[in-house]
Design a protein around this ligand. Structure first.
Ligand SMILES: *Cc1c(COP(=O)(O)O)cnc(C)c1O
Length: 426
């Protein structure tokens, strides 16, 4: 008999976990401890020298976090993962493992606003230079390549409008150039799409959004696909050169197809310090158990709301890749056949004032700057996240004065639609 490979929802509940060996506790405990006792002096020395895997100090690793890491690696089809304090921390730690001062990376311009800020401003002080390309035109990534390029970064389902990135086309360009493709899969979650299946080498998540799913915990994760050869030409010295921190070992030689995850932990997280609290890991693990159920409901509700809005007289346009006729619908059918996610934008004929009126009159929706909650969320970017831009800049960023962004929750869809109906009529 051949061994069955467990399906997505089975992995979401069981991967990485087993009953606690000392107490029999069925649920992964919160190992709320800063440090771990060594068996003896030899054990301590081998842990510090990376000759033995084990727990030392929660900034470097923790047993609750380890279950979360193994589970997300299993769901994404990676070899290993590293959980960190936030989605933004995942980005910093991943890039710190790849880039030296003066290096470049190419990023698809359609990104979470916080990532645009991080890349444009904070990374400047590290000497890391972002070069922007157009998610909708893979050739722009190829043209942006230089000898200093060390990575390509895109979102799978991209902000703000929920557009779908052609990951395979961009992965082909990255492979030819010999640089890793990093995909932020936050908006899709591995339930809707697994970027590694389409050629990604590293997958990142803000666990704060759909994976945690309940708007109660900040977290991030880095998944190593195990596909990239770090040894080829010395371009990634953190992975390919002898490490003075660890008796001169070369991480890619010692750790093979999970060397990136190890480097991010023992060089990045250890030294930069954004460790995930085990309590947050516990909350996020609980959220992941229902990921498949929630994502399907998110998608089904979102399609119904997008269809309803398309027929509403106050609405001028709806951008949702799940709608036939949407510019991204063919890509959605290929990359996210179970549904196009829960985040999308639409336009109001009444412009700026109509946007203000809508966010002021909703009752079920929460007016706030987040996505990926069980609750339905709404924001009018022109008066909030993008208010500092000129009207022309707003329009270019997909945040024109008439644009409203929704993140549809898992409430009853009739109630979500009824709330929009009363608020649009108010
Ligand atoms: C929220 C978000 C981030 C940043 O994650 P935090 O957990 O808030 O640090 C990165 N990428 C995307 C797509 C996001 O939605």
């Amino acid at each position: 008999m051949t061994e069955r490979l467990p399906g997505f929802s089975t992995l979401a509940i069981h991967a990485g976990a087993q009953p606690d060996p000392t107490t029999g506790a069925r649920i992964t405990p919160i190992y709320q401890t800063s440090s771990f006792v060594f068996n003896d002096a030899d054990h301590a020395a081998s842990l510090f020298g990376l000759q033995t895997f084990g727990n030392i100090y929660t900034r470097i690793g923790n047993p609750t976090n380890a279950v979360l890491e193994e589970r997300v690696a299993a769901l994404e089809g990676g070899t290993a993962a590293l959980a960190v304090a936030s989605g933004h921390a995942a980005q910093v730690v991943a890039f710190q493992t790849l880039l030296q001062p003066g290096d470049e990376f190419i990023a698809g311009r359609k990104l979470y606003g916080g990532s645009i800020n991080q890349f444009n401003h904070a990374y400047k002080s590290f000497g890391w230079n972002v070069v922007w390309a157009d998610n909708d035109d893979p050739a722009t990534f190829e043209r942006a390549l230089t000898p200093k390029t060390k990575a390509i970064f895109v979102e799978s389902i991209a902000n703000p409008g929920g557009s779908i990135t052609d990951i395979e086309a961009i992965a082909t360009i990255a492979r030819k150039a010999g640089v890793p493709l990093i995909v932020d899969n936050t908006l899709a979650s591995p339930y809707l799409m697994r970027p590694i299946d389409h050629g990604a080498d590293i997958v990142l998540h803000s666990l704060t959004k759909f994976l945690g799913g309940h708007g109660n915990s900040i977290g991030g994760i880095i998944v190593d696909a195990g596909t990239f050869d770090w040894s080829r030409d010395g371009r990634y010295p953190m992975l390919s050169e002898p490490r003075p921190e660890y008796h001169g070992i070369k991480l890619h030689e010692t750790f093979g197809n999970f060397a990136f995850a190890i480097a991010a932990r023992v060089l990045g997280l250890r030294d930069l310090g954004p460790a995930l609290s085990p309590f947050n890991a516990f909350m996020i693990l609980t959220g992941i158990e229902t990921l498949g159920l929630r994502m399907q409901r998110h998608c089904d509700n979102t399609k119904a709301v997008a269809e309803w809005l398309s027929a509403h007289p106050a609405v001028s346009w709806v951008n949702y890749a799940g709608l036939p006729g949407d510019r991204y619908h063919q890509l959605a059918r290929k990359y996210t056949p179970k549904g196009a996610g829960a985040v999308f934008t639409f336009g109001l004929k009444g412009g700026y004032d109509a946007g203000i009126s809508l966010v002021s009159n909703v009752k079920l929706f929460s007016h706030l700057a987040n996505i990926g909650d069980t609750r339905s969320l709404i924001i009018h970017p022109a008066s909030t996240t993008h208010s500092q831009l000129s009207d022309a800049q707003k329009a270019q960023a997909g945040a024109g004065v008439d644009v409203v962004r929704l993140s549809i929750g898992i409430e009853d869809k009739e109630d979500i639609i009824a709330d929009l109906e009363q608020a649009l009529g108010a």
